[in-house]
Design a binder for this molecule. Structure first.
Ligand SMILES: Nc1ncnc2c1ncn2[C@@H]1O[C@H](COP(=O)(O)OP(=O)(O)OP(=O)(O)O)[C@@H](O)[C@H]1O
Ligand SMILES: [Mg+2]
Length: 334
């Protein structure tokens, strides 16, 4: 008999409030998901929908003020990370749960060499002698495809290209063999060819090390290529969830459909011009109905009266009164 595996990370009802001059609102509003061992879970949505805030909330890194996690649980190895004292959280963060961010946010420290920065992470989390730590640092740089790794230990960040710097960030993230990697727009700051190289690297390392990855991106093309499952967020909420193939084949939420229609068409050289009209609402100004209703071509009176709950059907979930959940695919006869 096989027992079904437990999720490595289980996020339940995560809610993060922001207090700004514009008022008080939940930048993350009741977000729930399970992350399974070895999976790549994409989180996608337009700018401002709460993707980064979700990652920061999981790790206890929400800037306070203006933010505060006000509800929810983040279960990891039998404990709720939201209840842990900062000291305990520090032991997990960067070690068992590692993160890489879009470069401008957490670029490397310019005054320390690459080697010093990797060794610092190893020193914080692992008991290694000097020699062993240096060997491990070289091994890590080699693993992320940095040529002449021993020499690169002496380099300062400004001596490296953007792509190489991001490889160093990945080496640091992997230093302690994390179970979970949170990657927030890990390639947005890079040009397209380098982007593809870094994503291929992440994919290879993910398979090799068997870690689970949360890949945050505004780019559905990246999700299509690298994620197994996807959460679509809109205005702080998860509005659709499911296996990537199923969602691309038959998106159930009008917002997801809109995102897919705005993707460039691989069959033609031109970008598709279909773009979702309007923009993400200011979260201070939400009415009682569906948050997407003001932009939705299908919205009816019910959609303006109540916020649709996330309804599950098998591996998929959608929060829409108008969605017709895709029926199970008909078996193809050869
Ligand atoms: N430090 C902050 N102060 C005030 N508001 C903030 C702060 N950080 C984020 N917000 C707001 O919280 C909401 C969610 O932001 P978040 O950064 O999580 O979005 P995102 O989905 O990661 O967007 P992007 O794709 O642009 O990275 C937005 O309305 C944003 O304006
Ligand atoms: Mg972000």
């Amino acid at each position: 008999m096989t027992t079904s595996p437990a999720p490595v990370l289980s996020v339940q009802g995560l809610t993060t409030e922001l207090r700004t001059e514009r008022g008080r609102f939940n930048a993350v509003d009741g977000v729930s998901f399970d992350l399974w061992p070895g999976e790549v879970l994409g989180i996608v949505g337009e700018s401002g929908c709460g993707k980064s805030m979700t990652a920061l909330s999981i790790l206890g890194l929400v800037p306070q003020p203006p933010g505060r996690v006000v509800a929810g649980r983040v279960l990891f190895e039998g404990r709720d990370l939201l209840q842990l004292p900062e000291r305990e959280l520090q032991r997990i963060r960067g070690a068992k749960i590692a993160m890489i961010f879009q470069e401008p946010m957490t670029s490397l420290n310019p005054v320390f060499t690459v080697g010093e920065q990797i060794l610092e992470t190893l020193r914080q989390h692992e008991r290694l002698g000097r020699r062993a730590a240096r060997d491990r640092a070289i091994e890590l740089l080699a693993k992320v495809g940095i040529p002449s790794p021993a020499e690169r230990l002496e380099s300062y960040p400004h001596e490296l290209s953007g792509g190489m710097r991001q490889r160093v960030m990945i080496a640091i993230a992997l230093a302690c063999n994390p179970k979970v990697l949170l990657a927030d727009e890990p390639t947005t700051a890079l040009d397209v060819t380098i982007q593809a190289q870094i994503l291929d690297l992440l994919e290879r390392l993910q398979a090799e090390l068997g870690m689970a990855v949360v890949l945050i991106t505004h780019d559905l093309g990246i999700v299509a290529e690298f994620a197994h499952r996807v959460l679509v967020m809109y205005a702080g909420r998860v509005i659709e969830e499911g296996p990537v193939e199923a969602i691309f084949e038959a998106p159930a939420h009008p917002y997801t459909r809109g995102l897919l229609e705005s993707l460039p068409d691989p069959e033609s050289d031109r970008e598709r011009l279909q773009v979702i009209p309007g923009s993400v609402p200011q979260l201070g100004e939400l009415g009682p109905g569906c948050r997407f209703a003001p932009r939705c071509a299908l919205a009816g009176p019910a959609c303006r009266q109540a916020d649709p709950p996330l309804a599950r059907a098998g591996a998929r979930a959608v929060a829409c009164f108008r969605a017709e959940l895709a029926t199970p695919p008909v078996e193809r006869v050869a």
